[in-house]
Design a protein around this ligand. Structure first.
Ligand SMILES: [Fe+2]
Length: 185
């Protein structure tokens, strides 16, 4: 289950119902997905996509997504820090950012057009959809691991546009997950 904190209200949402409703108010979709059959989190990508085929097809229909793949990031991923540095500053995309988490953790910050800043820590079973144009940034947690299904309307649109606001510098990327009670760098 994700953990959502509305930082300027110092309010934490923990139940699925609270999270779904709370995020919907800021334009963010949240769902919990259960695979059609048990699948290991280190299974080949094709097996992962098959296990969640129904949910993927449903989301493709609703969101106009045309492709799905599986991204795998671990502490041994070459160039990991350079990759992370592209996404840990406030940015937006011309494409929705859709992630279903298979393994590991991640921390999205959303800078809502209401002015609120939300921290959304995701883990296995969480689906998050950040609509195109939404200001956000992303960090890994202490495990520096995330495996996720991604859906795209057009992969060419999934390029970060930076605001250069530096608002991200006001929020420490604190994760609460996985028995680590620690901060990422
Ligand atoms: Fe992004």
């Amino acid at each position: 289950m994700a953990r959502v904190t509305i930082l300027n209200e110092d309010r934490t949402l923990t139940s699925a119902e609270e999270i779904t409703a709370g995020l919907a108010g800021h334009g963010i979709d949240y769902e919990r997905w259960v695979p059609s059959h048990p699948v290991a989190d280190n299974a080949p990508a094709e097996e992962i996509l098959t296990a969640y085929a129904r949910e993927i097809e449903d989301l493709k229909t609703r969101g106009g997504y045309v492709t799905a793949d599986v991204i795998d990031v671990s502490p041994t991923t070459p160039g990991l820090d350079e990759m992370l540095a592209k996404f840990n500053r406030e940015h937006w995309h011309d494409e929705d950012e859709v992630r279903f988490i298979i393994a590991g953790h991640g921390l999205f910050h959303i800078h809502s057009n209401t002015g609120a800043v939300l921290a959304i820590e995701v883990e296995a079973g969480d689906l998050i959809r950040v609509p195109r144009g939404t200001l956000h940034w992303f960090n890994l947690c202490a495990d520096r691991r995330i495996r996720a299904i991604r859906l795209f309307q057009d992969t060419a649109g999934w390029t970060p546009h930076y605001t250069e606001s530096r608002v991200d510098e006001n929020f420490l990327p604190v994760c609460f997950s996985a028995a680590h009670f620690s901060m990422t760098t």
